[in-house]
Design a protein around this ligand. Structure first.
Ligand SMILES: *[C@@H]1O[C@H](CO)[C@@H](O)[C@H](O)[C@H]1NC(C)=O
Ligand SMILES: *[C@@H]1O[C@H](CO)[C@@H](O)[C@H](O)[C@H]1NC(C)=O
Ligand SMILES: *[C@@H]1O[C@H](CO)[C@@H](O)[C@H](O)[C@H]1NC(C)=O
Ligand SMILES: *[C@@H]1O[C@H](CO)[C@@H](O)[C@H](O)[C@H]1NC(C)=O
Ligand SMILES: [Ca+2]
Ligand SMILES: [Ca+2]
Length: 954
């Protein structure tokens, strides 16, 4: 059996606990599929609602919903990659619960842990909402994935479906209601199965009385279960061998209750949609789409040195910002979010993140250059903050004229670059010299100056190293050239920018590079960095043009600033060649705009008893074999012909064997992970039409290591003022000794950790990081913790990056309530010429956090809200609509995201008696009776009368 076949078999065998978690679910539905279907379902409805609110057209995807078709329906085709990435992140976190929280029954609604399971879901839901509110979408997605796992398991592991329920238990996503009648600890719920037949093992009285139960589970052959209780069932579950024997789970078609698998999966999907819908109402439609990665353009992210000498540079940034905002706002490439991180010395930050271009412009325009003290500045601290605050896969521009004072953050910054796959461009002014001190004859000063120049060279090298490993550029220009250089590079950036080829050679060498251009590529562009780097281009049709020739047919336009040249090529499909002829160091980057790109994650064998594979969160082991999960984005399906790990130095490569999965997903196995820095190159063919082959390359370079740092996400959030302990373990496959440990975070929270740990050769040990968020930290703040270890006497380092969310204990579990003040209908037979008005008071009750948002769930009239005079806790809502739109449903949200909903209608009935009193129905007990006034007196002379039906669905 090949290694790949063995892997696939292992992957298929996973999923004994919960809907399958493997990558290959067979015919049964997995957590990932359930999650993805629900996300696509809700997202498409959000886009439909937005289109209808804006009066723009909407076309439902013709066939099945996919990331590509939904992004297109949302008129955001360019974001299909980030949409896909968001879905993957949620799916992966969902899977991970079975791998990292296997032994905790409450995470799976096993062992009748209903209250505990709901607590995980509702607390997590509060964290998701708090993160969204702070714009921390990555944290929101991670938490969402985790709680969806537990929510979905309820439907597979409890007897909800056996009771005949076809809709979700809505109480599982609220904390102020009853989940249902939970079986008492001593109540028997199951009898033994009839051999292998478990169709009737739940006791009839339990089903008849609608008593909730769930299966017990243990891997331990010596443990028991309470008398008379149901088991989970399956080969791994030892409780299912104890009377009552057999199980009730519906994880797959082959499970004990496999006959109900499809039904359980359908309800789990509806429950997932319901939870997403709740998040949507709390966040608002636009923000919900942002959480899902559906945005117009990408982030525009500046990290700017504001020390004394940066005046000219800051002016250039102001100019570029205005230019970009003026040229991109309103286009498909309008930045989705603007991020600014200033740094100085000793201060840096804060990070400013806004969707409003005018707020960003104002923030940039208010920057002034001052201070800084000695020469080096806190550039890496600023960069660290940007790397954790920008969406993953962003492009960051860092402006400085000085070296880094905080070089100790180098490995942290590289870890964050590798994890987030962010591109970092350094815009360095005052070529080579940085800030050169004035010439002097004084010997001592001369020595100082020489020392400083050595430092400057090393400092420039640090920026170059970081740029290279991220796939960005280190552009060195004079202050007067900065504007032009920045303009060129930022103007060409687009959310559909793809890397076709990238290489750096230092020292330079004469080398011929080839690259394949497919027909989806637009605006083929070549960047060359380095001084005096001649080259020759050869087009697919064999036409030559060298860099000195400005009049050939291949180069449409070229610009050159400082050490940086950009060439727009005449985009031709086929195999191109570029022959570099230089012994000076150079960088070469070929990019284009195309919807087709790829996402990848390496996988590692999980520590869970289920086996299976987890997404690797740190560096791979050099020389070991490795498996990659690869997805081609921007196309419904594709063929991948070749996946190669190419060493960045150009001195070697490893080819993978490719195994196609569903849609555009692939597993790729490599025999040996290169020990030197490498990039991923993918070649294939989009199966839309008879297309030409494509080539794409990862911008980020990856490194392998003999050291491994592992840690699992903590079970609880970070409560302000309370320390959180994060255990980690450290392993080496190489020599032992004292390994130095460094833990850093981007918020300056207090950390304690061992500064070094001793390891035997090939050994492993554990440590703990203790992190405390200051009391008073805002809920929803996220903090990125990086734990790094360096092998003794070497540069071999590895890391783990954890994202934590600060969450104050939530005490407000109740939804805001509505009270009707007045409803006036002036509706005539011709509905379009008449209107109705509603006035409602919304409050969040005693101990509530207050009203945050009132929005329309249904109805296309005009909504206005204002605070009641003298009472900040009361929001007055007025609504005006045409009589053709007789229904309105308000979503009322408090500050911690509890969502209530209020429904009103002026229902048209053919009643002759115009004295008909308004009808009030409530589905919940309102605190006060709604007051209806002056509803009918104005319409008495009209032919028809309307009775008014008021419903509270709170
Ligand atoms: C799709 O989402 C809606 C709510 O947005 C929900 O009512 C419906 O059940 C979902 N459908 C599926 C198949 O999950
Ligand atoms: C930016 O600089 C250019 C060239 O110096 C100038 O022509 C232009 O008006 C400036 N734009 C803004 C918005 O300041
Ligand atoms: C190509 O780039 C130019 C400017 O860099 C831009 O104006 C043009 O819209 C781009 N073309 C496409 C197809 O995106
Ligand atoms: C690069 O290609 C040119 C012709 O296109 C050839 O003459 C030269 O030998 C090649 N150089 C290398 C290093 O392969
Ligand atoms: Ca300084
Ligand atoms: Ca409340």
């Amino acid at each position: 059996m090949s290694a790949l076949a063995a892997l696939c078999l292992l992957l298929m065998q996973t999923g004994a606990l919960g809907f399958g978690i493997g990558f290959l679910g067979g015919k049964s539905l997995t957590h990932q599929q359930i999650t993805e279907s629900a996300i696509l379902n809700v997202t498409v409805q959000v886009c439909r609602a937005l289109a209808s609110a804006e009066g723009s057209g909407f076309t439902l995807p013709p066939q099945s919903l996919t990331a590509v078709s939904v992004a297109a329906a949302c008129r955001a085709s360019k974001s299909s990659k980030s949409f896909y990435k968001a879905i993957s992140s949620i799916r992966n976190k969902n899977r991970q619960v079975d791998l990292t929280h296997f032994y905790y029954p409450e995470f799976h609604y096993d062992d009748e842990k209903f209250a505990e399971g709901r607590k995980i879901v509702t607390e997590g839901l509060s964290a998701v909402k708090a993160s969204n509110k702070q714009g921390n979408f990555e944290a929101a997605r991670e938490k969402l994935g985790k709680i969806l796992h537990t929510l979905q398991d309820f439907y597979s592991h409890s007897n909800w479906v056996e009771m005949g329920n076809k809709i979700p238990n809505s109480n599982l996503i609220r904390s102020d209601t009853s989940i249902g009648n939970i079986a008492a600890a001593n109540r028997a719920t199951c009898r033994s199965c009839d051999g292998d037949d478990c169709t009737n093992n739940i006791l009839e009285d339990v089903l008849r009385e609608k008593i909730l139960t769930s299966g017990y589970f243990t891997l331990n052959p010596f443990s028991t279960k309470p008398r008379g209780k149901c088991s989970h069932g399956g080969a791994l579950d030892f409780t299912s061998r104890i009377d009552p024997k057999g199980g009730i789970n519906k994880d797959t078609f082959d499970s004990s209750h496999g006959h109900l698998h499809q039904q359980a999966a359908n309800v789990a999907m509806a429950a997932t949609s319901e939870l997403l819908e709740d998040i949507r109402l709390a966040a608002g439609d636009r923000q919900f789409l942002q959480m899902m990665g559906i945005t117009k353009g990408k982030a525009l992210c500046f990290v700017i040195d504001t020390t004394g000498s940066m005046g000219d540079d800051i002016d250039a940034v102001k100019n570029v910002t205005s230019t970009i905002i003026n040229s991109k706002v309103g286009t498909e490439d309008e930045p989705s979010v603007y991020i600014l991180v200033p740094f100085n010395d000793p201060d840096f930050g804060p990070l400013i993140r806004t969707k409003d271009p005018n707020i960003f412009k104002k923030a940039i325009n208010s920057l002034t250059a001052s201070g800084g003290g000695d020469l080096p500045e806190m550039s890496l601290s600023g960069l660290q903050l940007a790397l954790t605050g920008a969406p993953s896969g962003s492009e960051i521009f860092l402006f400085t004229d000085a070296t880094a004072k905080d070089e100790f953050l180098k490995s942290t910054v590289i870890a964050l670059i590798e994890r987030t796959k962010t591109v970092v461009n350094f815009m360095i002014t005052k070529l080579l010299g940085f800030r050169r001190r004035r010439q002097t004859d004084n010997n001592q000063q001369q020595q100082q100056q020489q020392q400083q120049e050595r430092m400057v060279t090393a400092g420039a090298q640090l920026y170059k190293t970081l740029a290279d490993s991220s796939g960005g550029q280190a552009i060195e220009v004079t202050k007067s050239q900065l504007l032009e250089a920045t303009g060129i590079i930022i103007e060409s950036s687009s959310s559909s920018l793809v890397t076709i080829l990238q290489a750096t050679r230092s020292p330079g060498k004469t080398e011929n590079f080839t690259f394949t251009v497919d027909e989806s590529v637009r605006n083929l562009t070549v960047y060359v960095t380095g001084s005096s780097v001649p080259f020759t281009l050869i087009s697919p049709s064999g036409v030559y043009q060298d860099s000195a020739n400005k009049t050939g047919s291949l180069i449409v336009s070229s610009r050159s600033v400082g050490n940086f040249q950009t060439l727009q090529l005449n985009t031709q499909v086929g195999l191109w060649q570029i022959n570099m002829a230089s012994t000076n160091p150079y960088g070469l980057k070929v990019v284009g705009q195309s919807p087709i790109d790829f996402l990848f994650d390496f996988l590692e064998a999980s520590q869970s008893p289920l086996g299976g594979f987890d997404v690797t969160r740190n560096r791979l082991r050099a020389g070991a074999n490795g498996t990659m999960m690869l997805t081609i984005t921007g196309t419904e399906s594709a063929i991948v012909t070749k996946v190669t790990l190419v060493q960045s130095s150009g001195s070697g490569e490893v080819n993978g064997s490719v195994e196609a999965q569903d849609g555009a997903r692939f597993l790729v196995h490599f025999d040996s992970i290169p020990s030197a820095e490498f990039v991923v190159v993918v070649k294939g063919q989009s199966s839309s039409a008879a297309s030409a082959p494509f080539q794409r390359q990862s911008s980020t370079s990856l490194s392998a290591s003999a050291v491994t740092v592992t840690a699992t996400d903590p079970n609880s959030d970070l409560e302000p003022g309370t320390p959180l302990l994060i255990p980690f373990s450290l392993t080496t496959s190489g020599a032992g000794g004292n390994f130095s440990v460094q833990a850093t975070n981007d918020r300056g929270f207090t950390l304690t950790f061992p500064s070094s740990l001793f390891l035997e050769t090939g050994g492993s040990t554990n440590g703990t990081v203790n992190i405390t968020a200051p009391a008073g930290t805002t809920s929803g703040t996220d903090v990125t913790l990086t734990i790094e270890a360096v092998a003794p006497g070497s540069a071999d380092t590895n890391y783990i990056v954890l994202r934590l969310t600060v969450l104050k204990t939530v005490t407000d579990f109740t939804q805001p309530a509505c009270q009707l003040l007045s409803l006036q209908a002036n509706c005539s037979e011709n509905c379009s010429s008449s209107a109705w008005q509603l006035s409602v008071q919304v409050t969040d009750g005693d101990g509530g956090t207050g009203i945050d948002l009132v929005s329309l769930k249904q109805g296309n009239g005009t909504l206005n809200t204002s605070l009641a005079y003298g009472n900040g806790n009361v929001t007055l809502v007025s609504y005006n609509a045409s009589c053709c739109s007789p229904d309105v449903e308000l979503a009322v949200v408090d500050r911690v995201g509890n969502v209530g909903s209020c429904f009103y209608t002026v229902q048209k009935t053919a009643v002759n008696d115009n004295q008909t009193a308004p009808v009030t129905t409530t589905t919940n007990t309102p605190q006060t009776q709604p007051v209806v006034s002056a509803a009918t007196n104005a319409v008495q002379s009209f032919l028809l009368c309307f009775s008014i039906l008021i419903m509270f669905v709170i």
